[in-house]
Design a binder for this molecule. Structure first.
Ligand code: ADP
Length: 542
């Protein structure tokens, strides 16, 4: 062993918080209030308020490792909770306000939340699950319209008398900083515990130019909620780089977001495809209404972004879209669909690569395995379950649940069914639980959906499995049409026919007003299967 060594400097979020005050004190945090007025603060305020928060929580008896839950929209207070709670050594636990009260009571109890911070507008939701949650000792209410009733403490009143500076402890970088729960579409939701170290490393890599590519000069709009999957790490990336951050509050409809982007000269925005499909449709209708010339980068992930969406933004509005894949269990960034200059791809291959889920960012490894758990070839055709590993990939769930998701040789089983091509580009063909198995063959619902969504009359399409007396399962397509457009089943069939093998083509097309969604805006195919899964059996029996 050589004698010289490097310092053991802990990788903690406290460093980002201090840095924000030291080098980016004047950088702005903009919040859209519920009444649509804009509130402005700075990173110096962020440090000051995170310090006050740490004092207040310490006074309430919050100790290292205690869980502080949030039930909040995206706003500056949530950002100070993102930083102040972990810097104190406690753990911030973001509750997803779109979940059912029963799920929320399960999750809050499971995480043993001690304190909860609630937006006043969400108190009615909180009251629905609060009685079932015994562990919560303190309720802090954000919002300044009137006195707080019951046991709640007014968040502002609590922070007001506290000192502006806190002597933040030197933390172990492996200590817990945040807990997020998976959505529980398969069984109970499971807790994923992010450490300071995992978040810091995730932040550094996501800022890389070829990952999400953040700069100090950016104006970042996280449309993705801070109550889900750490808002893809965007809040931490903004604070670490000193980028201006714009938080939309509860107004997430396409017109409000476009207004905000144009008004605040947003350069970087990120969200799920549903949001972007709505934005693209509105931009197509009114191409001149909003000045989006500042927007240099948009990241779409969380569900498959159809190529027509990526191409539509670029070809019709000059807006660059980057497709990314991740999960709550991966902090969440895993892969990004960047082009590589060394591949020399032609335009068609470039669009195909940009519409894939991409290849892993540095420090993340990928492989896909067949039913016998053996790695499959990277030939762009073999379909298998994606497994990943890396320093910000979970190696267990809170409480040791779901052990079967972790392999003996140190990989996490994602539950996504994918192909990987020779250049390492990964393509999701399905989630394991949504796979359509027809006559023993797998059919990719995502490929069919993408093709359907490239039809000019189709706004959204979800393809799912219906039981079939002969083939076991066959694909059905649920389609939502664009306003004022019509199309027949035969026309849709003709649109797909040249692109797929015959057995892949949907058995039938259902025209729906809307496709059921999960709490995070993804198509809820289990609901479609529940509603329409027996349609073909019924038809067959006459
Ligand atoms: P849940 O959907 O269970 O709440 P997450 O929000 O963590 O969990 O979602 C992770 C899942 O979302 C992935 O396993 C994958 O199926 C899907 N997903 C994420 N990004 C993409 C993408 N770019 N393309 C297709 N699917 C994606």
């Amino acid at each position: 062993m050589l004698a010289g060594r490097m310092m053991d400097y802990p990788l903690t979020l406290t460093h980002f918080l201090d840095r924000a005050r030291t080098y980016h004190a004047r950088c702005e945090i903009v919040t859209q209030n519920p009444d649509r007025t804009l509130a402005r603060a700075t990173y110096a305020d962020l440090h000051r308020r995170a310090s006050k928060l740490a004092h207040a929580l310490a006074r309430l008896g919050v100790r290292a490792g205690d869980r502080v839950a949030t039930l909040c929209w995206n706003h500056a207070r949530h950002l100070e909770l993102y930083l102040g709670v972990p810097a104190l050594g406690a753990v911030v636990h973001t509750l997803n306000l779109r979940l059912h009260p029963n799920e929320l009571s399960y999750i809050a109890s499971h995480a043993e939340d001690k304190v909860i911070v609630v937006d006043r507008s969400l108190l009615p939701l909180f009251r629905k699950f609060a009685p079932q949650v015994r562990c919560i000792q303190r309720v802090l209410v954000i919002g300044d319209d009137g006195p707080v009733d019951g046991d709640g403490l007014d968040y502002e009143a609590l922070l007001a008398p506290e000192p502006d500076d806190f002597d933040f402890p030197r933390l172990d970088e492996r200590s817990a900083a945040m807990i997020c729960y998976t959505s529980g579409t398969t069984g109970n939701p499971k807790g994923v515990v992010y450490s300071h170290r995992s978040i810091v490393l995730h932040t550094l890599v996501s800022c890389m130019h070829d990952a999400l590519g953040f700069r100090e000069s950016d104006v970042v709009l996280p449309v993705v909620p801070m109550f889900h999957a750490m808002a893809w790490g965007l809040p931490y990336a903004a604070v670490a780089t000193g980028a201006r951050i714009v938080l939309p509050g509860p107004h997430l409809d396409p017109a409000s977001l476009l207004d905000l982007m144009a008004r605040e000269r947003v350069t970087f925005a990120a969200g799920v495809p549903t949001i972007w499909l709505g934005i693209l449709a509105l931009l197509d209708e009114h191409p001149k209404r909003w000045d989006l010339s500042s927007l240099r980068s948009t990241v779409i992930g969380g569900a498959a972004a159809p190529p027509s969406l990526i191409d539509g933004f670029l070809s019709r509005h000059g807006i660059e879209v980057t497709h990314a894949w991740g999960m709550t269990e991966t902090n969440p960034l895993g892969t990004v669909a960047r082009l590589r200059s060394s591949l020399g791809l032609d335009p068609a291959a470039s669009l195909a690569a940009r519409a894939s889920q991409g290849f892993p960012v540095p420090l993340v490894d990928q492989r896909h395995v067949g039913p016998d758990d053996r790695p499959l070839p990277w030939d762009g055709e073999s379909m298998g379950e994606l497994e990943v590993r890396g320093p910000w990939v979970a190696s267990s769930y809170l409480g040791g649940e779901g052990e079967d998701r972790f392999t003996k040789d140190g990989w996490f089983k994602t539950g996504d069914v994918v192909t990987i091509d020779a250049a390492g580009y990964m393509r999701i063909t399905d989630r394991a639980k949504d796979v359509i198995k027809s006559g023993g063959e797998w059919i990719s619902s995502v490929a069919l959906e993408n093709a359907l969504m490239s039809h000019p009359a189709v706004l959204e399409a979800a393809v799912f499995a219906a039981r079939h007396p002969i083939w076991g399962e066959r694909p059905l397509a649920a389609v939502v049409l664009r306003q004022g457009k019509t199309v027949s089943k035969d026309e849709l069939h003709a649109h797909l026919e040249p692109r797929f093998a015959k057995y892949w083509l949907p058995e039938d097309y259902l025209f729906l007003e809307r496709i059921p969604r999960t709490s995070t805006g993804k198509f809820l195919k289990s609901k479609l299967r529940e509603q329409f899964g027996d349609l073909l059996e019924k038809k067959a029996s006459g």
